[in-house]
Ligand binder design. Structure first.
Ligand code: XBP
Ligand code: MG
Length: 237
């Protein structure tokens, strides 16, 4: 029987990636780097989950031959860039730069009324989740989610299944009692790796990904209610 829904955040609850991209570029400029990611490059870079990992990946692409910076200095630079990026992103979200995707809030409300348990499994930073959901759901947003696993608790980023495995462990539920919601191939792989049936709602940055193994691939969660989810879950349970 379906008992819990587990949501990814970036790209799934909201189209956040344009705001993340603007924050990365603002951080690069603020820190005096001449880096600028356009949407095409960022679409490729999104194949690396996690902001720090994404910066490190880009560094390796453009600066692999630099010998004047050692591993410790590089880690400090990446930490600093990510800290500045997170501050820019949080402020932009606080100012209303990002809204929830269609149908998300309605589904969360329907699930709570129906007694389903809710959780979040994301690679992003805790302050980013709070900025988004406080704005969209109000100051009590945390009451809706029994478990939140994020970059601070699950260091191995998607497509590794760690964040979903830890979410299931904390819910004390088998994967077969849950559905996951994702927007990307990495997210789908992470959820499937933890044994979860997964509903995918791609967005502009992930529309070209392959979603083999998804329970459903939908334009959005608009009109998706709990009875519909129970029916789809019944196909695999
Ligand atoms: C989202 C991410 C995140 C954001 C940036 O992946 O990879 O890194 O792009 O957030 P998913 P941070 O939706 O699969 O969890 O900079 O805080 O990492
Ligand atoms: Mg995502």
């Amino acid at each position: 029987m379906l008992q819990a829904l587990i949501f990814d955040v970036d790209g799934t609850l909201a189209d956040t990636e344009r705001a993340h991209l603007a924050a990365f570029n603002a951080a690069f400029a603020a820190e005096g780097l001449d880096w600028h990611w356009d949407e095409a490059r960022y679409t490729q870079l999104l194949e690396v989950s996690g902001g720090k990992e994404r910066i490190a990946h880009y560094w390796a692409q453009v600066n692999a031959s630099r010998a004047d910076i050692d591993g410790t200095e590089l880690r400090a630079l990446i930490d600093r860039l990510h800290e500045v990026k997170t501050a820019f992103y949080e402020e932009a979200v606080r100012q209303g730069a990002v809204q929830l995707r269609p149908g998300v809030l309605e589904l969360i409300d329907d699930a709570r009324r129906s007694g389903l348990r809710l959780a979040i499994a994301t690679t992003t930073s805790p302050v980013n989740i709070a900025a988004l959901l406080r704005g969209a759901m109000g100051p009590d947003w945390q009451l809706a989610f029994e478990v939140i696993e994020d970059a601070s608790t699950a260091p191995r980023k998607k497509p590794h299944p760690q964040v979903y495995q830890q979410t299931l462990a904390r819910l004390q539920l088998p994967a077969t009692a849950c559905l996951a919601f994702e927007d990307s191939a990495n997210g789908l792989q992470a959820a499937r790796g933890a044994g979860l049936a997964t509903i995918v709602t791609p967005n502009a940055f992930t529309a070209h990904h392959r979603f083999d193994g998804a329970l459903r691939v939908l334009d959005s969660l608009q009109g998706v209610d709990v009875p519909t989810l129970r029916r789809w879950h019944g196909e695999v349970a």
